[in-house]
Design a protein. Sequence first.
Length: 266
Amino acid sequence: MPKFKLTNLKFEQIMKDYAQIREVTIPAAVHANARLLCVELARRTQAFGTDSEKQQNERIRKDISNIIKPPVYFLKFLQKTTSEKLKASLRKNYFANRWTVLAETLAKIGMGSEAFTVVGSDAMGGIHKENRNKNTGRVYKRPSKFYLASDSSTLNKYIIERQKLAGLAKSGWAECANQLRKVVAGSLTRGIPKWVTRHKQGFGRVSDNTGNLFRPTVSLTNSIPWADKVIRPSEELMAQSVVAEKMKKQMAMILKKRQPKLQEAA
C-alpha cells in the first residue's frame, strides 16, 4: 500500500520558495504540487503511460491475444501440415470440436512440443497472470505453450473484463488528487486519463496536515491491495524529482516575466 508524504527537506525548501514567488500560501503550494505528484504517480503505476482508452483497450486485447488464441487460429496452425490427408482429418476434427483427438494426433506425428492446450473461462485468468512480466505487467510475446480458447465468445468476454479493470491500480492516485484543495482553475485530475478516473472505488486517501505552521504536509495513500506491486520505489522517488523540477521551472518562468516589470518600475 504505497503512501507518499512530502517531507524531504530539499523539497520543503523548494516549496517555500515556490509559495513566495507565486505569492500563494505554503499550504496552497503544498496542495497544488501534491496534485502534480498524484499525476506523476498515476503515470508511473502500471499500466504505464497515458494512452487513450481506445489505445489502452487495444493494448490489452493484443497482450491477451499473444498468449490465448481464438479457436480459428488452429486453422493457421494447420498450414504447417504438408499432408493434405492429415490436414483434412485435422480440419474435420476441428470443426467437430474434438480437441482431445486433435491434441493426441499432433503428439503422434511429432508435434508434441507445439501441442496446444484448450482453455475455458476458468483457466484464462491464471494463464494470463502466469505469462505476464512482473515488472511491466505486459505479457511475454513468446509464451511457453500454445493456448486455444474453447470458443471465441469466452475469449472476447475475458478481454472485455480485463479492459474494464484497466487503470484500477492508478485510480487511487486520481482519487487522492480529487481530495486536494483546488488552487487553480481546472479539474484536479487533469493529466490523468479518463480510463483511470472512471474508477471510483475509494482507494485514494489524503491526510491534510497543512495547518501545521512549522511543517505543513499532505500524505497521499493508494490503498488498493496490490498497489505496491505495480509501482517501484524508484518510480515513486522519480515522481517527486519530476515535480520538484516542474516547480523550479515554473519559478524561473515567473521570475523571468517579472524582471522587465521590475526594471520598468526602477
